[in-house]
Design a protein around this ligand. Structure first.
Ligand code: SF4
Length: 614
């Protein structure tokens, strides 16, 4: 009978015997050989189990691990070889997605799912939703669970981007917002902290779970589904709205009891922030999602105090007739105001945009997206571009049954999306092309999980030039800094002149970028922005490569001075344009980095005065 240990020892011996990196094919062949030795057809040695096996032995059986004699360099190569889903940290950071608890939304969009087990617009079968439900929607438990899973897959977790999903962030009580963020940071600070061993962390997790259990809250899928079934039935039958059902389910009993301690002050958040500046798992980005009508200076100032760096905003369309037909309750002018306000506060703007909404046609969809991508009031930094699909619990069901909405044919959909990609400029990233909705929840519409691949194949066959960022990312490839050129793209939005600085290879692949906003000095703009009129704003600095351990050289473009050079170039541009200082919307875990680059803490941002400024 072959064992994991035998296979692992053979891999370790091969790594020690040669400086060249073994290929995945070599690994597959080795595993097949070990499994054949079982003679019973069972795959006892699976790649995905090897790394967890290794890490577990190292943590819980040190004597056995020492006998394997794995030095630090060999361990790094072993992790690289056995890492599962390397693309997951290819953008340079480990991403952790968490969900807030179910909560009413003041809109009622036609296509939006109404799953009473989830925050509005999410479905219990989506992977992040399943994790959230298993963890009582508790931020601390969700982060702890995700950190262990990522580590077991061999991913570095010293740089973490936290993505908070769930309806509309600014609809939640500010005290809950503060608690949620404080607990996210507490988990990052306590996991891997020298003062808190793994036993103490396990105990903290168990105590936290115990509080929910004591309050009578279930976390098992079957139990939650059974509990929610009567209310879900009432919503599906139109007897209750989602908001009414959620108010009943979460405004009473155990959920009402936990509200008493799901609150924190901003001082508590700031204490966790300070600890995170030196923590083993640093937050390098915090993203929340909201609606355009809730984007206002006070809400954005609060987001900044909580440490947010990026805002996801559902806009779906810029066509007022389509927005009205789909019950959005928001028009294009509100969307334009929200964009301006977000940029004035320095946020990265990540929007959700849909094709095939009720009332749209392929032609109007193309024109609508072209406006989003190119007109001055809009021009997002990132887009989740996806087709409308029909899920059973949404109000779109009735429209579909009445023949008022139908999904585009496969080829038509691919053609629209391909044209949208073609229209996307070099400074915009299309982050996704489908929602994570499982096929069995989709009554009508796209079920292909590889939709993006189909779109890209079409573009390749047509010989189209693709400029959007994700298509050009160097991802997991190594990069020679000497082969990179610093390219600058200038564009104008309402309220700012933008400079997108990008490190590119000769083929146009992108290794890093920076977004610099140069605000207008108009009275209107000054009234909107939280910084002085003669101050520029760095809205984002991103360098690609496998997430490198802080202070290590890394495998890709990170830590080769590319970020620092981007910042220096941005400061030089701002100085040449007559600005007296540059602010940066830094994440809590990057404050130290910016201090080293000459930035000082200055309220909601960090600021660096420019030469010649009075
Ligand atoms: S605003 Fe968002 S969450 Fe609320 S109903 Fe519309 S799509 Fe759903």
């Amino acid at each position: 009978m072959p064992t994991m240990e035998e296979a692992l020892l053979e891999i370790i011996a091969a790594l020690k015997a040669s400086d060249s990196e073994p290929s995945q094919q070599w690994l597959d062949k080795l595993l097949r050989r070990h499994n054949r030795a079982a003679h019973d057809g069972r795959r006892t040695v699976a790649k995905r189990r090897l790394l967890p096996f290794y890490l577990k032995a190292k943590a819980s059986d040190p004597e056995r691990w020492r006998a394997w004699a794995v030095d630090e360099a060999t361990e790094e190569r072993l992790v690289r070889l056995l890492r599962a889903k390397p693309r997951r940290t290819a953008s340079g950071v480990a991403t952790i997605t968490v969900l807030t608890k179910p909560h009413p939304c003041s809109s009622a969009c036609t296509y939006c799912p109404n799953d009473v087990r989830m925050p509005k617009s999410y479905l219990a079968d989506e992977p992040a939703c399943q994790r959230a439900e298993r963890n009582f929607f508790d931020p601390y438990l969700q982060v702890m669970a995700r950190l262990s899973a990522l580590q077991a897959m061999g991913h570095g977790t010293d740089k973490v981007e936290l993505i908070v999903l769930g309806g509309t962030w600014s609809d939640y009580d500010p005290a809950y917002q503060a608690w949620f963020v404080a607990e996210l940071f507490r988990a990052l600070n306590e996991a891997g902290s020298p003062g808190m061993g793994s036993a103490a962390v396990a105990q903290a997790v168990a105590e936290r779970e115990g509080r929910y259990v004591q309050a009578g809250i279930a976390c098992e899928r079957e139990a939650r589904a059974a509990e929610a079934a009567p209310l879900q039935h009432a919503v599906d039958a139109g007897a209750l709205t989602y908001n009414q059902a959620v108010a009943q389910a979460y405004g009473e009993g155990g959920w009402k009891a936990v509200v008493a301690w799901q609150r924190a002050t901003l001082a508590e958040v700031e204490a966790q922030h300070r600890a995170n500046e030196q923590a083993a798992h640093r937050c390098v980005g915090l993203v929340v999602e909201t609606r355009p009508d809730l984007v206002a200076p006070e809400a954005l100032a609060l987001m900044r105090r909580l440490g947010c760096t990026k805002v996801q905003m559902g806009i779906q369309s810029l066509d007022d007739a389509v927005l009205a037909r789909n019950g959005r309750g928001i028009g294009c002018a509100t969307v334009a105001r929200a964009f301006r306000c977000l940029r004035a506060y320095g946020f990265k703007v990540h929007v959700h945009f849909m094709v095939n909404l009720m009332g749209a046609t392929p032609a109007t969809d193309r024109a609508d997206y072209a406006r989003l991508a190119s007109e001055a009031p809009f021009q997002p930094d990132e887009v989740k571009l996806y087709p409308c699909v029909l899920v059973g619990s949404s109000r779109l069901m009735a429209a579909h049954q009445a023949g008022e909405w139908a999904p585009y044919a496969t080829d038509e959909l691919t053609a629209v999306l391909a044209d949208d990609v073609r229209a996307t400029p070099a400074f915009t990233r299309i982050s996704r092309m489908i929602r994570d909705i499982s096929a069995h929840d989709i009554v009508a519409g796209n079920k292909r999980t590889n939709l993006r691949q189909a779109v890209e194949e079409r573009l390749t066959a047509e010989g189209a030039a693709v400029h959007e960022i994700r298509h050009r990312e160097i991802a997991t490839s190594a990069v020679e800094p000497g082969q990179l050129r610093l390219d600058e793209v200038a564009y104008v939005t309402v309220g700012t002149a933008e400079r997108f600085l990008q490190w590119v290879t000769a083929e146009g692949r992108i290794a890093g970028f920076l977004r610099l906003s140069l605000p207008e000095r108009s009275l209107e703009q000054q009234a909107l922005q939280p910084t002085a009129p003669n101050e520029a704003m760095i809205r984002e600095v991103h360098v690609y490569g496998i997430a490198a351990r802080l202070g290590h050289s890394g495998e890709g473009a990170q830590h080769q001075g590319l970020g620092r050079q981007l910042v220096e170039r941005a400061c030089a541009i701002a100085a040449a344009e007559g600005y007296g200082a540059v602010n940066v919307i830094s994440a809590v875990g990057t404050r130290e980095y910016y201090r080293r680059l000459g930035f000082q803490d200055a309220g909601l941002y960090q600021r660096r005065p420019l030469p010649g400024a009075g």
